[in-house]
Design a protein around this ligand. Structure first.
Ligand SMILES: C[S@@+](CC[C@H](N)C(=O)[O-])C[C@H]1O[C@@H](n2cnc3c(N)ncnc32)[C@H](O)[C@@H]1O
Length: 262
């Protein structure tokens, strides 16, 4: 019944708007799949706050823990770089089960922007042990390398999600390993969307020192953990102040922020 009404509605739309409506429907479906919200509707979908404390069994886990507002922010960022023709590839440092990057890739494909690469950087075995000699600000995060939900993960599962959604191609690039080893040699000279989700000071800092210079002007820098992980916030604030970055930080939700490089 609803489907029939929807079809009638689609028939009346001019072609361009029809494409737009179907496009938006596809992206909404991808988001619902990424958050597993069809089977597990609830607060986590809205704000991504509840997965870490109460995660379902592995077979029923979502592909991302970020919640809908942060997925909306990813959509806005990727669509903006496409419409404004901002050069560069897309990367997330700290992908967990890959859902945020899967959404990026779906948006690229649906807009015929398949030449842009998407990079997934992760150890696929959790956060590294803190290194207090180099990053004393991680003192508050001692023990974060022992989070079963992050450790119990694999790149092959993530690759399989991309395959099942028919989104795996040569421009989906897995950087498996520690950021300090993988990011310095990343095969890109320009980045349009840089999304950081590595939780601690060390991981945030390593992403910024290796990748920030490659972000195109007009590109997006998204920091998932700014308000929820003190080490992350400190690394971002230190990096911005050291490099004279004063672009305005904009809130996405209770933890995530972004800015655009001017
Ligand atoms: C909170 S999860 C990422 C959530 C994900 N963005 C999503 O959409 O659900 C953090 C991830 O960062 C990874 N990570 C953190 N620090 C890292 C490092 N230095 N090197 C490699 N991976 C790291 C962990 O393995 C984990 O998968």
């Amino acid at each position: 019944m609803i489907y029939n009404l929807y079809r009638k509605f689609l028939k009346k739309l001019p072609k361009r708007r029809l494409h737009q409506a179907v496009y938006q429907k596809y992206i909404e479906l991808i988001k619902a799949t990424v958050l597993n919200s069809v089977y597990y509707p609830g607060e986590h979908v809205k704000d991504g706050r509840h997965w870490s404390s109460k995660l379902p069994e592995k077979s029923q886990r979502p592909m991302s823990m970020v919640g809908m507002k942060r997925l909306d922010n990813i959509q806005m960022s990727v669509e903006t770089v496409i419409t404004e023709n901002i050069k560069g590839d897309l990367i997330e440092t700290g992908v967990w089960r890959g859902g945020s990057v899967l959404l990026m890739k779906a948006i690229l494909v649906a807009n015929n922007e398949i030449e842009r690469k998407v990079f997934l950087a992760d150890s696929f075995q959790g956060i590294p042990a803190v290194d207090l000699d180099t990053y004393p600000d991680d003192a508050i995060h001692v023990g974060s390398d022992k989070m079963p939900v992050l450790e119990d993960n694999s790149a092959s599962d993530v690759r399989e999600f991309f395959e099942k959604m028919e989104l795996l191609d040569d421009n989906v690039i897995f950087l498996e390993g520690w950021f300090e080893d993988t990011l310095p040699t990343i095969a890109t000279n320009s980045i349009a969307v840089l999304r950081l989700d590595g939780d601690i000071y060390k991981s945030t800092w390593e992403a910024l020192i290796n990748l920030y210079d490659k972000v195109s002007s007009g590109g997006f820098i998204i920091i998932d953990d700014y308000y929820s992980w003190e080490g992350c916030r400190k690394a971002v604030d230190d990096f911005r102040s050291k490099n004279g970055i004063d672009e305005k930080i904009i809130d996405v939700d209770w933890t995530c922020v972004y800015w655009r490089k001017s």
